[in-house]
Design a protein around this ligand. Structure first.
Ligand code: BGC
Length: 755
């Protein structure tokens, strides 16, 4: 028990039931209630995740635009692409400082939901289609923010992978994908970084609202993962307040005007709710409020310049160079550059919804390009985002500019109206006017670069023809400067995709099961999310998970893998910068188990690291694959199990660019499931105690079927043939030797505690 928990428990012990219940719902849209009589203060929680959104006044959701100025860092779609844990930690710390200056106790983020479908309207707020990438980046951000004494709220727990019908739909998921994909990112954050709070999601999981699911909020989160903070509801996620508190859902947000507090009091009084559960929730909330009050004050004003510079560094490291034929990039300041597209002057730099930040300032790429190229850099709008104006005339103007330039840079992307919290996209296409523009510009100037601004991936039908493509996501307030840095080579791009870019939406894993119907969405693709799917189905993609180019090249040596005393695997590989510029390479480690007894993806990301290298420099990179991350969820044992065998260790520059492969033998966990009358003969034969007993019992039968009988059946292996037969039903085969009593004895011996 921490000091603040012990202190909180003492204060809660002095409270009336009404006071305790009052702590479990908001006072206002963004604050908790104080219990001044005993000295528990109020605290403020605000959005998140990629900047502080503290509303000025009239707290409600509708005042989304009116928040105090704060640094808008790259949303998770960008920051995730940096794969840079240290950077995420520093961004997290900066978010913490901005929150502390504004007296905010908890900033609502990060979001570590899995990008199950490219259509999810909120993918820009999430890191990846992979749980380790999401969890590791999320944990780094949490660690950074909490290092300055501000709490975080990892969200949206759990399986909130779409916006469609998000407040009611049930995500129907089998246990293995639930554990191995959808919960794993949260598990990583909780176990590694112990966030102050976890935000439960709106949706239901297998029929049960996340806000009232004891399996999720108590068994998994607290008992298995050791979470010690409090659970806060997503705003308006509570459906049945009494069921929620019984499940472990501590703080209902926003305010309920005391209505649900009264329900809690009534339930305690009529005996349907155990008061100790209310005590536990009140204690967790009070503990954080006390901690927040005791946290060191951070005096303002905010160092706007320093945080803008960090936002620019982060944006630069988030950009993914998808393609760069003939080294079209970087550009030279002496080149005549046609800058085309509305996003160059009016950047799309963040997504819409509750995460919308009022930035302290805003770069745009065109001004930043002009700052380097001067009069050589000219602009044509090319298209409008709302479809207004004369598309043909805009296109003709852009084409003329491109024809007279050395390089044409088209800033294409998704208009803000197409992606937002609250709804999903219908398709992954760029607007037709933009596609036509790209084709026309390319025809006028083969040295065309496409720079993309988008929160969710888009189809790139021009990818074979356009020589250079820069995925510039939504990059936050300094994205314009960072994009110019990359285009002119002042920053060498190093981001890599944390999400596959498919050729067609129809190829994507959830295509036939998204967004569900009649209140249910079936996660029919199971474990095969993102690259796990494209690899298993051998589907070509536009750009694979983990892909990203640099202006330099890297070569990899032979990887080695060794087992540590703790069971973790250390992977080592030498990486060399073989080009002429300094650069950063994201090294990835994937594992697989060909001999697996259960279905497993071909390869799964287990570790990654960023290495910075001067031209010609070689460094050995060391990565750790945790033994726990090799485990799969054993459905019958209802726990994680590491299966023994020879694991492949692939060291890779992307999920489809494996540079070195080795294998390592891993001893498996013992799994001895209790035997029952329904256990198959195969299972009983394999059992260390029951197996030999059964051999003895069955010997006469097997012998009887041996010899001529077996020959007559083409050399049939009787033991194999009978292996699926439940032991409780073999009496008819084995006669008295395997009668009911003998079987009971065998089962009792098998299930007796082993010495
Ligand atoms: C969103 C959360 C957000 C909360 C508070 C909800 O609608 O889903 O992500 O933190 O509102 O604005």
């Amino acid at each position: 028990m921490t000091r603040s928990t012990a202190a909180a428990a003492k204060l809660v012990a002095k409270m009336t039931i009404q006071e305790k219940a009052s702590l479990t719902s908001g006072a206002t849209f963004w604050t908790t209630k104080a219990v001044e009589r005993v000295g528990v203060p109020s605290m403020m929680l605000t959005d998140g995740p990629h900047g502080l959104r503290k509303q000025r006044a009239n707290f409600d959701h509708l005042g989304i635009g009116d928040s105090v100025p704060a640094t808008c860092f790259p949303p998770a779609v960008g920051l995730g692409s940096s794969w840079d844990v240290d950077l995420a930690h520093r961004v997290g710390a900066a978010l913490g400082v901005e929150s502390a200056i504004e007296n905010v106790a908890v900033i609502l983020g990060p979001g570590v939901n899995i990008k199950r479908s490219p259509l999810c309207g909120r993918n820009f707020e999430y890191f990846s289609e992979d749980p380790i990438a999401s969890g590791v980046m999320g944990a780094a951000l949490v660690g950074g923010t909490q290092s300055v004494g501000v709490g975080t709220s990892v969200k949206h727990f759990a399986a909130n992978n779409q916006e469609h019908d998000r407040m009611r739909a049930s995500s129907d998921i089998d246990p293995r994908p639930l554990r191995e994909i959808y919960l794993r990112s949260f598990q990583r954050v909780v176990e590694d970084a112990q966030p102050a709070t976890v935000m439960c999601s709106y949706n239901r999981i297998n029929g049960v609202f996340a806000s009232e699911d004891p399996f999720l909020l108590t068994r998994v989160l607290r008992e298995e993962w050791g979470f010690t903070g409090f659970v806060v509801s997503d705003w308006g996620a509570v459906h049945d307040r009494v069921a929620a508190i019984a499940a472990g859902m501590d703080l209902e947000m926003p305010a309920s005007g005391g209505r649900t507090d009264a329900q809690i009091v009534a339930a305690v009084r009529d005996g349907s709710l155990d008061e100790s559960l209310v005590d536990a929730s009140a204690t967790r909330i009070a503990a954080r409020a006390l901690q927040a009050a005791a946290a060191p004050r951070v005096a303002g004003p905010l160092d706007v310049d320093a945080h803008h510079a960090l936002a620019r560094e982060a944006a630069g490291k988030s950009i993914v160079l998808l393609k760069n034929d003939d080294r079209v990039l970087p550009m030279q300041p002496s080149q005549r550059v046609a800058v085309i597209g509305a996003f160059a002057t009016a950047p799309r730099y963040q997504g819409a919804g509750s995460s919308l930040i009022s930035p302290t300032r805003l770069d745009n790429a065109f001004d930043e390009l002009v700052a380097r190229g001067g009069e050589q850099v000219r602009f044509a709008q090319g298209f409008t985002n709302d479809g207004s104006g004369d598309a043909a005339a805009l296109r003709a103007e852009a084409v003329a500019l491109a024809a007279g330039s050395d390089v044409a840079v088209v800033f294409a992307g998704l208009p803000a109206a197409l992606e937002s919290e609250g709804f999903d996209r219908d398709n992954i296409d760029l607007p037709v006017a933009q596609l036509e523009l790209i084709d026309a510009v390319l025809e006028a100037n083969p040295r065309t670069v496409v720079v993309l601004s988008n929160g969710g991936v888009v189809a790139l039908p021009f990818a074979q023809r356009v020589p250079a493509i820069v995925e510039a996501w939504l990059l936050g307030q300094a994205g314009g400067g960072a994009t110019a840095d990359v285009l002119y080579g002042e920053v060498n791009p190093s981001g890599k995709l944390t999400e596959t870019i498919p050729l067609r939406l129809e190829d994507s894993p959830a295509y036939l099961n998204f967004p569900g119907e009649q209140g249910h969405v079936r996660y029919g693709e199971g474990l095969f999310v993102g690259y796990r799917w494209y690899d298993a189905r051998r589907i070509d993609v536009a750009f694979p998970f983990g892909h990203g180019l640099s202006y330099t090249d890297f070569s990899y040596g032979d990887a080695s893998a060794s087992l540590g005393a703790d069971g973790d695997v250390t992977v080592r590989v030498a990486v060399t910068n073989t080009g002429e510029r300094a650069g950063r390479e994201v090294v990835q480690v994937y594992t697989g188990l060909v001999s697996a007894s259960v279905q497993r993806p071909d390869r799964e990301l287990k570790a990654f690291a960023v290495v910075e290298l001067a031209p010609g420099q070689t460094r050995e990179v060391e990565l750790t694959v945790r033994r726990a991350d090799l485990a799969y969820w054993h459905i019958n044992a209802d726990r994680w199990v590491v299966e023994g065998g020879d694991y492949t260790i692939e060291v890779a520059a992307s999920s489809r660019d494996i540079r070195s492969m080795t294998t390592i033998r891993i001893e498996g966990d013992a799994v001895l499931l209790p035997l029952t009358r329904e256990s198959s003969l195969g299972e009983v034969f394999a059992h260390p105690v029951a197996g030999p007993m059964l051999q003895g019992m069955m010997a006469p039968v097997l012998a009887a079927f041996g010899g001529a009988e077996a020959d007559a059946m083409g050399g049939m292996d009787m033991q194999k043939m009978l292996s699926a037969f439940p032991i409780g039903r073999i009496g008819m085969l084995a006669g008295d030797a395997a009668g009911p009593e003998a079987i009971e004895q065998l089962l009792a011996a098998a299930n007796a505690p082993q010495a």
